[in-house]
Design a protein around this ligand. Structure first.
Ligand SMILES: C[S@@+](CC[C@H](N)C(=O)[O-])C[C@H]1O[C@@H](n2cnc3c(N)ncnc32)[C@H](O)[C@@H]1O
Length: 222
């Protein structure tokens, strides 16, 4: 998923076009080392889900929808901008929508989960305002992103289709900026994780640098 710039540069695509191409080879489970590290840290930060209503934002092929259903969520709704990704999801309730303009009533959800998607937004303010709006007071929002450090030195989010390498547009959102943007709309940081690769995926003698960042926010009651 993340690859250093090689001599043969991947073709850079906007996210909608990228996921249209990538969807057929994008299973609803962690399918690379970065995702395994990210998922393990996300699951550690999920609150108890028994009976909860959950919004899986930018659900893709439904990885977190399935994991939330398995953990006892009462209802999980998956939204994503890509029909190609949604078509591959086995989540029960899913629809096409943009994170920045959610077709959802205010205070509808106990929890939001959003995996590896905010980096596809050029700016995060609108999406955070929408997350704050659709969460109930006291609701929890768990969000992951590729760690900003990975992009120092020119790394990209890449995938391959029929031997052709593509890269997906990604905007680096510094951690402090994300925390301040969330705070401005009433989402208070409650926990932060910066996991390195899992030991099983870490090459021998490699340094354990963070590959993902996970934020857990709580919506204030006022
Ligand atoms: C890396 S995939 C992650 C999918 C899923 N959350 C997971 O963790 O397996 C990123 C997803 O974000 C979606 N996406 C990108 N920009 C979006 C936007 N503005 N609104 C909604 N979904 C978006 C893409 O279509 C893609 O399915």
């Amino acid at each position: 998923m993340i690859r250093r710039l090689l001599k043969r540069r991947p073709r850079l695509l906007p996210s909608l076009l990228a996921y249209q191409k990538w969807a057929a080879a994008y299973p609803p489970h962690a399918h690379n080392a970065l995702m395994r590290a990210e998922e393990s840290a996300m699951l550690a930060l999920l609150p108890p889900l028994d009976g909860a209503s959950v919004l899986d934002l930018a659900c893709g092929t439904g990885r977190y929808s399935l994991l939330c259903e398995q953990r006892g969520a009462k209802r999980v709704i998956g939204l994503d901008s890509s029909w190609a990704m949604l078509e591959r999801s086995s989540g029960r309730y899913r629809a096409a929508a943009l994170m920045e303009a959610l077709p959802i009533a205010s205070t509808a959800f106990d929890m939001i989960v959003c995996g590896l998607a905010i980096g596809h937004l050029r700016a995060v303010q609108a999406a955070f305002a929408e997350m704050a709006r659709v969460l109930k007071p006291g609701g929890v929002c768990v969000i992951s992103d590729v760690h900003p450090q990975l992009f120092q030195g020119g790394a990209q989010r890449t995938f391959e289709v029929n031997g052709v390498m593509f890269a997906v547009e990604h905007t680096v959102h510094p951690i402090q900026h994300v925390i301040e943007t969330a705070a401005a709309v009433g989402l208070t940081l409650d926990a932060l994780a910066e996991p390195p690769l899992l030991p099983i995926d870490l090459p021998a003698n490699a340094a354990a640098v963070p590959v993902a960042v996970i934020y857990r926010f709580i919506k204030s009651h006022d």
